[in-house]
Write a protein that binds this ligand. Structure first.
Ligand code: FAD
Length: 209
């Protein structure tokens, strides 16, 4: 009742009550977590992350730099005004393994070859735009992992669901990095719920609150 407003629990107490009465012991009363919303502005993630993130449909909404309207930054990278790696993502050199656990190296020489391909694609893209091609047409020749900026809004429940599926240890490395960067925002936003989640679920692949 609004008349009792002065007696309402403060944010910390409300968080504690949510954990104790709704979440602890697998109670699973997630509905109240669907009302709180967070909006995040995210930049420079490779397209593969965008593709994976956008498979999430419930309680989450994205607006993504689509590359249909402007590819000016690609042209600037072709001209050397921007670093190529500001617009294209390549993994750092190092040791990796495939999905079957077989190890391989991504060497500095291999990475240089791939950067040269990125440069060539950016130059071709610039030529196409100069010849009057639409951005949505020219983008098709770009390396898959061009970087994209996006805005995402989550309900608190959808945020935790996203963490369940994308922070787990067999999710792709790059989307796990996104989760690592999102997590401090969750901790600042709803610290009691974040602490409960960290203790009971984070990285444990206990899927789907
Ligand atoms: C490691 C990993 C690998 C993946 N690999 C692939 C792949 O190779 N190819 C590919 O296409 N996708 C892949 N996915 C995407 C995956 O199949 C899901 O589409 C994605 O993770 C979204 O999950 P979600 O449905 O739980 O999320 P949300 O869309 O956010 O939905 C939240 C929850 O709502 C319910 N829900 C949502 N929509 C429906 C519905 N239509 N019917 C019934 N219940 C619904 C479910 O309980 C769901 O868990 C992968 C995901 C992961 C984590």
């Amino acid at each position: 009742m609004a008349a009792d407003r002065a007696d309402w629990p403060d944010e910390t107490r409300a968080g504690e009550i949510c954990v104790k009465r709704l979440l602890a012991g697998e109670r699973g009363h997630y509905g109240p977590l669907e009302h709180a919303q967070i909006v995040l502005n995210v930049g420079w993630f490779p397209h593969s992350v965008m593709q994976q993130a956008r498979t999430h449909r419930v309680g989450v909404s994205f607006d993504v730099q689509s590359m249909r309207y402007t590819g000016e930054r690609i042209c600037r990278a072709a001209s050397g005004e921007l670093d190529l790696e500001d617009v294209f993502y390549l993994r750092p050199e190092g040791q990796y393994s495939d999905r079957q656990g077989k190890k391989y190296s991504y060497t500095a020489e291999q990475r240089q070859l791939d950067l040269a391909l990125c440069r060539q694609a950016a130059e071709r893209y610039r030529t196409m735009l100069a010849a009057g091609f639409a951005e949505e047409h020219a983008r098709g020749i770009l390396p898959f992992d061009y970087r994209q900026h996006f805005v995402v809004s989550f309900s608190l429940r959808a945020f935790l669901h996203f963490m369940d599926l994308r922070a787990k240890l067999d999710a792709q490395e790059e989307i796990r990095v996104l989760c690592d960067l999102l997590w401090p925002h969750m901790q600042a936003w709803a610290p009691e719920i974040a602490a409960w989640y960290e203790k009971t679920r984070l990285h444990k692949a206990r899927l789907a609150p």
